[in-house]
Design a protein around this ligand. Structure first.
Ligand SMILES: Cc1ncc(COP(=O)(O)O)c(C=O)c1O
Length: 427
């Protein structure tokens, strides 16, 4: 078999993929996109068509950012070793990140992926509390390791979660419902003779349909868990690095205090680097019983990528951009909501929005409206995705480098798409 080359037709490539890949691999689209190039907020397919990327949060400072690329390349040609030697840039990165979290959190452990970070947080929580119970939201996703599958009902269904995993429902529904659900989970644990090791919260509630304005619910719910002996884990894999605007972390936006923060996805703009941040007391207690080492985690090239991300966010004032351009996006989405009954709700903060769609007019309940709009926007040169239990929430999460002109372009295409799917306007 020959290697994939420019002569390989789209169909052949697809067949080769199907022959080679295990069935775990899916495609975002009915007809997969062959992406050959990307630049800042644009991705290009093999026909040369450009797509405005309103989906990918990993390239937080833009696809193929030249500063990140140059620094990664230069570091690769200098040294790339691990944390058992004393090297400068990984220490600088540790200090930079620790200066950006609340004071009690003063130590960091590096990993390579969000899953590794959450898996380590899971181990730490069990080890330092000596407890067994975990609380997660009812459609949570926290990663793909054996332990995390048991904390990820969105992956394995409610039946697949661990016997010591307790699901808290009601996030973003009636005020107070989530708190009641966490309280009920704690009562259920007690009934089973176990105590909480931790509550894991994806601060964006991405797979639960994106919920960002929850008042004091998370503060109250997390305090209940802490009072019962459990740790609070803020999973910032989605919401970290100014996704929500000027606040660097999602938990700051929500106003709750984590014991452990887990980082991932955007941290290296696509170069794998992730971390767990906590305090020395908790980490020391864990390290008395067990240790953690990860060959590739905290290597110098990864550190350089992450330092470049922090530098670019500061240099280009991307936190401010996330808030300001995010507000324009919110206003535009709300205007569309006021015009199209297809839109039930617009939720979000900074540059992370969920647009909840509802069946309307000519649409049959069997049609998956979220998927239809995602496919239609692809034809119009826009990339978004769908999330939530019923896949009816458009997931809008562009690189933080987007500008007002991109927002206008996106809103025009979305308006066309909504008109295509829902000619009946409210007015
Ligand atoms: C909230 C959340 N936590 C953890 C993960 C796992 O991260 P990774 O795929 O890097 O292992 C994801 C991935 O989508 C995520 O969305």
């Amino acid at each position: 078999m020959s290697f994939v080359n420019a002569q390989t037709s789209f169909e052949t490539l697809l067949q080769r993929r199907e022959r080679a890949f295990a069935s775990t691999y899916t495609s975002f689209y009915a007809e997969p996109l062959e992406i050959v190039r990307a630049d800042d907020v644009w991705m290009y397919d093999s026909t040369g068509k450009a797509y405005l990327d309103f989906y990918n949060n990993v390239p937080v400072v833009g696809h193929c950012n030249p500063t990140v690329a140059t620094r990664v390349f230069n570091q690769l040609t200098q040294v790339n070793t691990h944390t058992r030697y004393l090297t400068r840039n990984i220490i600088e990165l540790s200090e930079r990140l620790l200066s950006k979290v609340p004071a009690p959190l003063d130590r960091i452990i590096f990993t390579c992926t969000g899953s590794e970070s959450n898996d380590l947080a899971y181990r730490i929580a069990k080890s330092v509390t000596d407890n067994e119970g975990f609380i997660v939201t009812s459609n949570a996703y926290h990663g793909g390791t054996a332990a995390l599958v048991e904390l990820s009902p969105s992956l394995c269904g409610i039946e697949g979660v661990g016997s010591n995993t307790f699901l808290a429902s009601g996030i973003g529904e009636m005020p107070g419902k989530f708190i009641e659900s966490v309280r009920a989970a704690l009562v259920s644990m007690e009934g089973r003779g176990i105590k909480p090791a931790a509550i894991f919260l994806d601060s964006a509630f991405s797979s639960d349909g994106i919920h960002t304005h929850l008042g004091s619910e998370l503060k109250i719910a997390t305090e209940l868990v802490r009072a019962a002996g459990g740790l609070v884990v803020a999973d910032e894999v989605q919401s970290g690095f100014h996704r929500f605007g000027t606040t660097m972390w999602g938990f700051q936006h929500h106003g709750f205090e984590p014991d452990l923060i887990t980082l991932g996805k955007p941290m290296g703009n696509g170069y794998p680097i992730a971390a767990v941040i906590g305090n020395s007391e908790i980490f020391d207690a864990f390290c008395k019983k067990s240790l953690y080492f990860n060959t590739f985690a905290g290597g110098n090239v990864a550190a350089e990528a992450a330092l470049a991300v922090l530098d670019i966010i500061e240099r280009d004032e991307l936190a401010k951009n996330s808030s300001a351009v995010g507000e324009e996006l919110r206003n535009g989405l709300i205007q569309l909501k006021n015009r199209f009954a297809l839109i039930k709700e617009v939720r979000g903060e900074g540059l992370f929005f969920g647009v909840e769609l509802q069946e309307f007019g000519a649409h049959q309940a069997s049609q998956n409206i979220g998927v239809l709009v995602v496919e239609d926007l692809k034809v119009r040169g826009i990339l978004v995705s769908a999330t939530g239990v019923s896949n009816n929430v458009l997931k809008i999460r562009p690189p933080l480098t987007i500008k007002s002109s991109h927002v206008s372009y996106f809103l025009e295409r979305l308006e066309e798409s909504l008109t295509n799917h829902c000619r009946e306007k409210v007015e």
